[in-house]
Design a protein around this ligand. Structure first.
Ligand code: ZN
Length: 260
């Protein structure tokens, strides 16, 4: 019964999309400007469902507004625009801090001594838990669509990776992807990236991607949506892998808008 009601609600939100007031905030996200009208309409519906179903919570004195919900939700939904998905089903809450937040954790040294660690972060994605974002970074990342840095894309790409319960840089794949060796090709791209980095060859994305395959997937996803044309030219194999996974071709979208 509840599932049935849930499905009806979802369908209604997808059909209705966003109000005119909420749509206003989409104009703050240049990455959406290249979307064809039908995709843009669909994105509005997804964004509405996301906002209705997720709980946004302000932390560190941050107040939550429609602007914050729309800017975060629309960027998160761009990633799933063409995927089979259930709206990041394991994400129930998005915690929003005004700016960089500190997260304390502990680390057990090999000699058994537990050390307190405290790091300053712009975003975090907890397996089975919330996404945590610094609002200034989430906003600036959206406002500047050409620098390959986008905290919302990064953290929600981690959430896609985590959907199968493992954070390893390999999101759940379709049978088609499995058959065509997506996993092996992606890990080979990661190895190639490490080699290029070591050899001092110029890279189009942040060295943080070298941390592990999970960070490589999240960082490459930022570039895929923000520096698509450049990535397609410099990293054609990696671009093709992400194009296959996301079922989107943002480089083609950009060229279509530029009339190239
Ligand atoms: Zn990360």
């Amino acid at each position: 019964m509840f599932r049935w009601l849930h499905r009806i609600r979802r369908k209604r939100f997808l059909r209705e999309g966003l109000s005119e007031e909420s749509c206003y905030w989409l104009d703050f996200l240049p990455v959406l400007f290249d979307l064809p009208a039908a995709d843009r309409k669909r994105l509005e519906g997804l964004t509405r469902v996301f906002i209705e179903e997720k709980h946004f919570e302000g932390c560190g004195g941050q107040l939550i507004s429609d602007k914050i919900r729309v800017i975060i939700a629309a960027q998160a939904c761009l990633l799933i625009l063409n995927l089979h998905h259930d709206f990041y089903q394991r994400v129930r809450t998005i915690l929003v801090y005004p700016s960089t937040f500190k997260h304390g954790s502990t680390w057990r040294r090999p000699d058994g001594i537990v050390v307190d660690l405290e790091s300053a972060n712009l975003g975090e994605a907890w397996p089975g838990g919330p996404v945590i974002l610094a609002w200034d970074a989430a906003y600036q990342g959206g406002r500047n669509a050409n620098d390959g840095q986008n905290t919302v894309f990064h953290e929600f790409a981690h959430k896609l990776d985590m959907l199968d319960g493992v954070t390893d840089g390999i999101p759940p794949l379709t049978q088609d992807h499995e058959k065509n060796g997506w996993r092996a090709a992606f890990l080979a791209a990661y190895e190639q990236y490490l080699q290029n980095l070591q050899a001092g060859r110029p890279q189009i994305f942040d060295a943080y991607a070298a941390t592990n395959p999970a960070e490589f997937f999240a960082t490459a996803s930022e570039c895929f949506f923000e520096l698509a044309v450049k990535m397609e030219a410099h990293e054609p194999r990696l671009y093709a892998l992400l194009e296959k996974f996301y079922r989107q071709d943002p480089a083609r979208r950009s060229r279509a808008v530029l009339g190239q």
